[in-house]
Design a protein around this ligand. Sequence first.
Ligand SMILES: [Zn+2]
Length: 263
Amino acid sequence: MKRLILNLLRQIHVVFRRRALPDRVAIYGHELGPEYRRHFKECIEHLLSLGYETVNPRQYVASEGPKKRLFISFDDNFRDWHDTLDMFDELGATCTFYVTSGVFANRSTIAEQRAFMERIRQPSDRETLTVGQLQEIAKRGHTIGCHTHTHPLLPDLPRDKWDREIAHSKEVLERLIGAEIQDFSFPFGMRRDFNSELEAYCRSLGFKTIATGISGQLYQKTCQPMRIHRTGLKSYISLSENIKNLQLDARIYGALFGRSVIG
Ligand SMILES: [Zn+2]
């Protein structure tokens, strides 16, 4: 039922609220298995052929920079990110990987990794990155962002746990890759999953950007560094349908409900 309603909403937006591709396009995904990888490759190739240049989150929001910017990102530590590095090299694309610092395959128990996969609603046998793989991703020119320590629902978290989930996570990642972590994406990604108190806390830690997962918001008049809205790329629809999703102007829906207009 929920999917039917979302499909209907998306269709209404395709018919009435579809515009030309915006100059700033932010896309995100999760697992990068072979089928999903193919979709990402097609989409990135298409956008690069239109003149977009890949950028990190800070470059995405900067006042100076390329006219057409493509911010590609992934959340949730999937092992197959590492298998996709050659593909990104071939494309000449750099990405941002938002990492949950407490679930590395070689630094956490199987039970912790399974609990994490269940929390993010993925099959519990999915493998997470090792620390060595994370370090190689960073060495190959990609940006590493923070996505908390264990992926909790942040607004439900008592204030005394924020340091453990966010400040500590930032420090762990900085130690592992030997560079400052300046970018954050909050777990679950919809408006209800974050708030202004958490934003102020993240600013105080030195984060420069915060990414959401609210699709259909790429037409904001001014791009907010603390709310970079990314549109999810889907593995079960064609390139042309994914491109349509990037063209949807769902600002009214987003302002009313704070959620994605696509399922
Ligand atoms: Zn996540």
